[in-house]
Design a protein around this ligand. Sequence first.
Ligand SMILES: [Zn+2]
Length: 326
Amino acid sequence: MNTRPSTSPAFIGIDIGGTKTFGVTVNENGDLLDERRVPTPKGAAELIATASSIYFQLSENVVQMSPDRFEVQSLGIGIAGLVDIDGQLRRAPNLVEVDGLDMGPILETKLGVPVCIDNDVNCAALAELSDGVAASVKNSLLVTLGTGIGGALIVDGGIHRGAFGMAGEPGHMTVNPHGFLCACGKHGCWEAYASAAGLKNLAIERAQHGQLQEINDKVQGDLNKISSKDVTQAARRGDTQSLEVIDDFSYWIALGLTNCAALLDPELIIIGGGLVEEWDLLGDRIRASFDELLLASTQRNRIPIKPAENGEAAGAIGASLLGRQR
Ligand SMILES: [Zn+2]
């Protein structure tokens, strides 16, 4: 008797970031079957059109993959912003033109499949839980250090979304009320110290005090042109003052992580985002400051701090899981 089902389920996930939109197709085991990558467009109508186009391309491709006879079951979307418990985007500092966009119902009508939407870092955490560094972990925290800071809370083996879906945004915890201006308009957010923007802020402050001559020369005195890469590259060449900025930066990262640990008592902290590329420069420094700053660090279980395992595709793979879980 032939018990083979007539079709195999496939799931599409799309990660909409501030600069790039990345779509994937996975099978029911979560194996990556196909991917698409395009720049994130500006404007709500353009974003709907881009997400639809990626969906159609991926779904057309996957149904032609033999011998599985795939059928797409759902679309999951991870988006960089505050997404409420119903999947509506409420605030997106890096996608300001689509603030408030309720794209789930629009896409469901257009595409004819169930659509689930969540914050991009929650999606990346789902990928780490499913098949990554958090696979056997019940209580953890994923912090992404990129242009800004994103977060996701893993509590009792699942994503903790909070009462209204907006839990896990540690980037806007205030660490210095009179400190650097944050992209959100407040002063002294953790993000203004411990993201790529934070590293730039710390470097500009030093340069204003006559330090970082090598970097100052490179930008010909136009301090706004200093980038986080300028600092990490100068530090790698052994520039002492750049290494001091890296020490400060690592301290600020660790400070926010200890605040998170005070609240959550996680068994693991996972670091994702673009700055993971600098882990060899930052990892040991963050560890040392974290142990110094954490309450009772020698009397409690050691909390490992590890880089995320799923790379660029984490958010999209996690988004595909949203539909699979539903
Ligand atoms: Zn802020």
